[in-house]
Design a protein around this ligand. Structure first.
Ligand code: DPP
Ligand code: ZN
Length: 874
């Protein structure tokens, strides 16, 4: 496979203004008739051939302006169709046959539980019909679906239904009209025996919109939260961005087999059932919040993605970065804002930093790719969102909002670039953002080394910042970026933020300074007392910042920092310092000794007024093994695991009574609601239970068992079950697991959780368990949720067992990748990730991991897997 380059972009030779589709649905032989209204693109020269994409399509008929084409007038290849000579403007009619039931890649038209559905982003539409499958071709669509009336009573597509009727042979049809020009990646159809839940929303201009969520009958009781989230998101986008919905109908459909979380097809969002269905007894608080976030995300795409879309797939972050930023702000507004930020950053620093440091590192706007399906990454999404957040902070919210208005107004109905978006921000703010654009083109995580000094005689604080971005594949040399750093100077005497004055300018007590050079010195004047700097508040830029904090400094910030995020981060940094010592002790075989300063810091937290309970729960949570690993020059999975366990047990032993008190104080019998206060209390209670269970004494086991059997809600049940199953006591683990598995055997989303809980056990027999569970009737390699729950969770989260020294974990993953490469390349390529990180491990593991990558490479590979494996072995 050959890479595609951004620099080769040209507008299409012909554009489609209108697309009329007719589907005659059949599992083995669906017929798709397409009538395309085409015209030459005004910027392209006359006389060019017409090139259409098409894969796995059996062409049955082709005509231009009603005239069937002779075989020498066109050429068919494995990737498409070329018509040698066409008029300036014309109608193209084609008819193809496809087999949805054979489609295990879940791209294009496929079947899931007997229902038909589609996934077209990025390039699935070419598996439905011959088409210029690129986002800069935007047409209005009319879609007629024909199917068996009894088994497919519901026939859905984009837009509004305009006609329906019965056909001979117990068949029926529905025609849908979507008046908004759209690229074909936003096309969707659904056909099946579905039930709907309906609600209404009145838009800010007073239009009535019908809201429908379509599910299989047994899931009818699980849509309330998604519906409520949708309405909140619609109202939020009106209030916050002035964006109103633009059709009479908005539909969400839940599908069991789905590669992504969800898809923003115009008027007909298709969701992975895991991203829409909730019930207090089947979904955790985290799942409720995830559903809310994803429903909002897809809805927000209606403007940031659909009305204004991407010119080409290199611009993917134009819609994803902006939309993730929008959904993050929405969730922050509806839940605890500091906790939302802590969760997002925590995830970002663990997973995106690792991506940016590995062989698949790429800029937020890549300049080449082989398979765009491999670029739905944390870098494009999350780092893209961090860039938009920096932009918003640079120009200020009100200006950012004006820039957003300008962007939507100027480019409505168009397919545009990242320059167009940033250009609007530059225009409304008057700021030159050309240097800022480097954030989009330069891969890798910038590292900042900071140090500071207080000058008592002049009352000055000098802060020196040095930035450097390490080389990434294809980019050896890096330039200095414009990095906004929000900071405070916390007085060591007063414990308060001191006023920040720089170059004679008063910046307030919560200031932003701008690092633009490789090295810069900032001299703050009139600093009345020696400060501890609180740097990168709120994670104001996606960078790694090192500062030689002493443990007392961190304990001080943990207590006094006025920025909630940095207070949390000070605790994390303090824990990391202690963990460092313990990791070294473990490796050197010396006795581990717990740092009393960490114990005292935790004691202080437990004694303090909890304030925001959700934040306190985060503060009491130790950095994850994955995040600890990110900080180590060489990852020693066993030492990290042992050190973290030791800290947990030491804290539990020293503070047992406090944790017990915390647990008791946060139990509640109120009816479950996924509301911030309840969620906060539950997380606090469950953090306390985790510490108590680290001791595995009878009382802790009793509490966990009671919480499990009380069966109050899935958050509590799952947490208790996890603690029981992860304990060293098989006699309590097995009965609980069995009871849970039997109770929920009928519910695929709960069974996903049952799989994940087992395969994250630290016990050494877990790999055999994974293999055993792969034969479980509830497991299927064809279902991405199952693959993620069992294999993805094992390889990504059970670090000690995946990295077993005999290489059996790696081998298992490679075996699955090889099989999935044939069934579902997109999922196969994503699953490889843990193996691509081999550089971070010792030589023995490196050799084993590379050996498995080479074994994969020897197969006949899909472009998806090929691209990842080649990069990993380069
Ligand atoms: N459905 C995916 C998302 O919403 C891809 N657009 O991010
Ligand atoms: Zn998206």
């Amino acid at each position: 496979p050959q890479p595609i380059h951004l620099s080769d972009y040209r507008p299409p030779a012909y554009r489609v203004t209108r697309t009329e589709l007719t589907f005659d649905l059949d599992p083995a032989a669906t017929r798709v008739k397409a009538r395309l209204h085409l015209e030459r693109h005004p910027e392209r020269e006359p006389g060019l051939p017409l090139e259409l994409d098409g894969e796995q399509l059996a062409l049955k008929a082709i005509a231009i302006d009603g005239q069937p084409l002779d075989e020498d007038e066109y050429r068919l290849t494995a990737n498409g169709l070329t018509v040698h000579r066409v008029p300036e403007a014309f109608l193209l009619d084609t008819e193809v046959e496809i087999a949805p039931k054979e489609n295990t890649a879940l791209e294009g038209l496929y079947q899931s539980n007997g229902m038909y559905c589609t996934q077209c982003e990025a390039e699935g539409f070419r598996r439905i019909t011959f088409y210029p499958d690129r986002p800069d071709v935007m047409a209005t669509f009319s879609t007629t679906l024909i199917g068996d009336a009894a088994s497919l009573p519901v026939l859905l597509s984009n837009g509004n239904p305009v006609e329906r009727g019965d056909l001979p042979g117990d068949r029926h049809f529905v025609t849908w009209e979507d008046p908004h020009p759209k690229p074909c990646y936003l096309f969707a159809l659904v056909a099946g025996d579905l039930k709907r839940v309906e609600d209404r929303f009145t838009t800010m201009s007073g239009r009535e919109v019908a809201l429908q969520i379509w599910v299989e009958e047994e899931n009818l009781g699980k849509t309330d939260h998604a519906m409520a989230s949708l309405k909140r998101a619609m109202a939020w986008d009106e209030q916050t961005y002035g964006r109103e919905y633009d059709l009479d109908l908005f539909m969400i459909v839940a599908v069991n087999d789905f590669n992504m979380g969800a898809m923003e097809n115009k008027g007909l969002n298709i969701f992975n059932s895991a991203a829409v269905l909730t019930h207090p007894h089947t979904a955790t608080d985290a799942a409720f919040q995830r559903v809310e976030g994803i429903v909002a995300h897809e809805y927000f795409h209606n403007w940031s993605g659909n009305r204004v879309t991407c010119r080409d797939w290199f611009q993917l972050s134009l819609k994803e970065g902006f939309t993730v930023f929008r959904d993050q702000c929405f969730s922050a507004d509806t839940n605890s804002a500091p906790v939302k930020r802590i969760e997002d950053v925590s995830f970002f620093r663990t997973a995106q930093f690792a991506e940016d440091a590995g062989p698949t590192a790429h800029p937020v706007r890549p300049d080449h790719y082989i398979e765009i399906g491999n670029f739905y990454t944390l870098t494009i999404y999350e780092k893209g969102a961090e860039i938009v957040r920096m932009l918003c902070n640079l120009v200020g919210w009100e200006t950012f909002r004006r820039g957003s208005d300008l962007y939507f107004e100027r480019f409505d109905g168009q397919a545009v670039t990242i320059e167009d978006f940033v250009g609007c921000m530059s225009e409304v703010s008057g700021q030159d953002l050309s240097r800022f654009m480097l954030w989009y083109s330069q891969a890798g995580t910038p590292e900042i080394d900071a140090h500071g000094e207080y000058d008592y005689t002049h009352c000055e604080y000098r802060l020196v910042l040095r930035q450097r971005t390490p080389a990434t594949p294809d980019q050896a040399e890096k330039q200095a970026l414009h990095i906004p750093i929000r900071l405070g100077l916390v007085g060591t005497k007063s414990g308060r933020d001191l006023p920040v004055t720089l170059d004679g300018e008063a910046l307030g007590s919560d200031a932003v300074i701008h690092l633009r050079e490789a090295e810069q010195e900032f001299v703050f004047t009139d600093v009345a007392e020696a400060p501890v700097p609180s740097l990168l508040r709120g994670f104001s830029a996606p960078v790694k910042l090192r500062f030689p904090y002493g443990r007392e400094d961190l304990a001080f910030l943990l207590q006094h920092d006025s920025d909630g995020f940095n207070r949390w981060d000070a605790g994390q940094r303090l824990a990391l310092l202690a963990l460092d010592d313990l990791i070294a002790a473990h490796r050197n075989g010396v006795e581990k000794v717990m740092d009393p300063r960490v114990v005292e810091a935790f004691r202080g937290l437990l004694a303090s007024d909890p304030g925001d309970k959700a934040v306190l729960a985060e503060m009491l949570t130790l950095p994850s093994e994955a995040y600890i690993a990110e900080q180590q020059p060489l990852v020693d999975v066993d030492a990290i695991h042992a050190a973290r366990d030791f800290v947990k047990q030491s804290l539990a032993a020293a503070l047992r009574d406090d944790f017990l008190r915390l647990y008791q104080a946060n139990r509640a019998d109120a009816a479950y609601a996924p509301e911030p206060e309840q969620i906060a209390a539950r997380s606090l209670k469950n953090v306390a239970l985790s510490y108590l269970m680290a001791l595995e004494d009878e009382q802790a086991i009793e509490l966990a068992r009671d919480q499990f059997t009380a069966d109050h809600n899935m958050t509590d049940v799952r947490h208790a079950l996890t603690l029981l199953v992860h304990s060293s006591r098989d006699d309590i683990a097995e009965p609980a697991l069995k009871a849970f598995g039997e109770k929920w055997a009928h519910d695929p989303l709960v069974m996903d959780q049952w799989f994940s809980i087992q395969v994250t056990r630290p016990q050494p027999d877990v790999l055999e368990r994974v293999k055993f569970l792969m034969a479980h009737p509830a497991f299927s390699l064809k279902n991405p949720n199952k693959v993620r729950a069992l294999i993805g969770t094992f390889a990504g989260q059970n670090r000690v067992n995946f990295h077993r020294l005999d290489g059996a974990g790696y081998q298992l993953l490679a075996d699955v990748v090889i099989e999935l490469n044939r069934l579902n390349p997109e999922i196969a390529a994503r699953l490889i990730t843990p193996l691509t990180r081999w550089q971070r491990f010792d030589e023995t593991r490196q050799a084993l991991m590379k050996g498995e990558l080479e074994r994969i490479r020897a197969e006949e590979l899909s472009p998806n897997v090929y691209e990842v494996v080649e990069k990993a072995l380069a």
